[in-house]
Design a protein around this ligand. Structure first.
Ligand SMILES: Cc1cc2nc3c(=O)[nH]c(=O)nc-3n(C[C@H](O)[C@H](O)[C@H](O)COP(=O)(O)OP(=O)(O)OC[C@H]3O[C@@H](n4cnc5c(N)ncnc54)[C@H](O)[C@@H]3O)c2cc1C
Length: 486
């Protein structure tokens, strides 16, 4: 189609991770035309699905940095967002353990940091107070920082909720749309070329994660460089013999918060994460050394930790803007007006996301974008029913209305056929086995989809009206079935 005939968007956001979806959720409040371009076939497929999900309250970042400003701001917004957008949140608190006098000094420093960063409800407690709260903790722990306001989320669930709410409020979302070229037109607007189509826009927000520098380079911008900081993580079963309720960290090092034990919103645990710089941006493989470090880290926190409770490993890469003192890189380009960097969003990018979104909104306004409230804006989004959380009476009512909720598909996580059908037909519905898993938890339990993957695949084929051989596990070239044998 001729560019002259193409719709001119006010803002196009590139990248559908927690940063990009956070930004479109924020911009949907205003009477402007916004689109999101995401190269993968679903939202939240890169760093946003490969992380620990801790909404750190903000005691960690150095005062004066962007992180120190946006992390506490974002974290404070989460409880209300969880209510409005109907995603799971667990109020856990964090403890940062001291094993030596030097660590106790670090804990004091973190408590001071918290005060300067405006983080409330942070205190130093003794080793005995730690073990009163969490009886399985090592008796080598001398004391800890206790941050009461830490919460836990499943970041892909948040990103999907952000994107669905934005879509309901008029944002266009284009998946499988990889940005391959950006040019500035004579009228000052941008033309963005993807593998499928071209788009025109007045402003760009570059939230392309580890590829943000490559996307900026397409517009002739070379203001920073991104490299990945790889992290291994382990998923731990929900029946830990040494259960915990609080997120537990050792004292942090300059590059990492250390290996933590993390109770997740749905009752299982994560051990995360290692931190090593990588040059291959696509490398999300696990390494044996890293996994051993995680197990050793878990034993340091809980000496009797049961290694056999690990049911899966995964990895992600934090997008790190190099030579930037470990801070985010969020600003308008110095050389190309109306191009906003939302880059270098390493940890705590999940915790900071709502704060980052407001900051990007303000940068757009400073760059001249007129932001008037959107008439009829709906701040709510309803998630499909989570059957495992319903009372017996509610379950009876739901099954009476739709018998598919009486068919359990995933036995480990008690996910029903009704929930899978609902997940497929959501506003930003699942169309792969892994997409169903992220939305419903089918396949996330101890058997790791050994029993349910085949059934999920059949339901996807039926609901999408495609042959079973066409159902994808995740990305392109990942069929679940290869064909018929007779
Ligand atoms: C091991 C690990 C543990 C972590 N733990 C935590 C934690 O506990 N708490 C916390 O707050 N943070 C944590 N983080 C950090 C957090 O995961 C990241 O800060 C956050 O997910 C970054 O989100 P993003 O949207 O900026 O990037 P991404 O999620 O990577 O999203 C970028 C998107 O851009 C898309 N894209 C790239 N190039 C293009 C293109 N050319 N065209 C279109 N789309 C494109 C990608 O496909 C991707 O979907 C952790 C990270 C890791 C790796």
């Amino acid at each position: 189609m001729n560019n002259e005939l193409k719709k001119l968007y006010d803002v196009i956001v590139i990248g559908g991770g927690i940063t990009g979806t956070g930004v479109i959720h924020e911009l949907a409040k205003y009477d402007i035309d916004v689109a999101l371009l995401e190269r993968k076939n679903d939202i939240a497929m890169m760093a946003t699905k490969g992380n620990g999900g801790v909404v750190h309250p903000g005691y960690d970042p150095h005062p004066g940095t962007l992180k120190a400003k946006l992390n506490p701001r974002g974290a404070r917004m989460y409880p209300q967002l969880a209510k409005d957008l109907d995603f799971h949140i667990r109020h856990t608190g964090t403890m940062v353990f001291a094993y030596s006098d030097q660590d106790l000094k670090k804990v004091d420093e973190l408590c001071d940091n918290a005060r300067v960063n405006g983080v409330e409800q942070v205190e130093r407690i003794t080793g005995d107070q730690v073990r009163n709260r969490e009886p399985y903790v090592s008796d080598k722990v001398l004391g800890a920082l206790l941050a009461h306001t830490t919460t836990m989320v499943d970041p892909f669930e948040v990103a999907i909720a952000f994107a669905e709410n934005a879509k309901l409020n008029g944002t266009d979302i284009f998946l499988e749309s990889e940005v391959q070229d950006i040019s500035k037109d004579e009228d000052g607007n941008f033309t963005i070329t993807t593998n499928h189509d071209t788009y025109r826009t007045r402003y760009i927000v570059d939230a392309a994660g580890i590829y943000a520098d490559d996307v900026a380079a397409m517009a002739g911008i070379h203001e920073y460089k991104i490299q990945g900081r790889h992290g291994n993580l382990c998923v731990v079963d929900n029946h830990l013999p040494t259960p915990i309720r609080t997120v537990m960290f050792p004292c942090p090092s300059p590059d990492t918060k250390g290996i933590a034990l993390i109770p997740m919103p749905h009752g299982n645990y994560i051990i995360g994460s290692t931190a090593t710089m990588r040059t291959n941006k696509e490398d999300t493989s696990n390494d044996a050394e890293g996994i051993q470090d995680l197990l050793d880290g878990a034993h340091k926190l809980i000496p009797n930790f049961d290694d056999g409770s690990v049911i899966r490993t995964f990895a992600g890469q934090r997008p790190v803007a190099l030579n930037n003192d470990n801070d985010f890189w969020i600003c308008e380009s110095e050389t190309v007006p109306h191009f906003i960097h939302a880059a270098g969003i390493q940890s705590p990018g999940v915790a900071s996301s709502p704060g980052i979104a407001e900051y990007v909104r303000d940068l757009l306004a400073d760059a001249g974008l007129d932001l008037k409230p959107r008439p009829g804006y709906n701040k709510y989004r309803k998630a499909p029913v989570d059957f495992s959380e319903c009372s017996d009476e509610e379950k009876d009512q739901i099954i009476a209305q739709d018998p598919r909720y009486g068919q359990i598909v995933c036995r480990c996580e008690t996910v029903t056929e009704g929930e899978i059908v609902a997940a497929i037909h959501q506003p930003l519905g699942a169309h792969t086995v892994e997409g169903v898993k992220r939305r419903t938890r089918a396949g996330m339990g101890r058997c790791q989809s050994g029993f349910c993957q085949f059934k999920v695949m059949k339901i996807l084929a039926r609901e999408l009206g495609i042959p079973e051989e066409a159902v994808k596990f995740e990305e392109d070239h990942s069929p679940v079935l290869l064909g018929h044998v007779k």
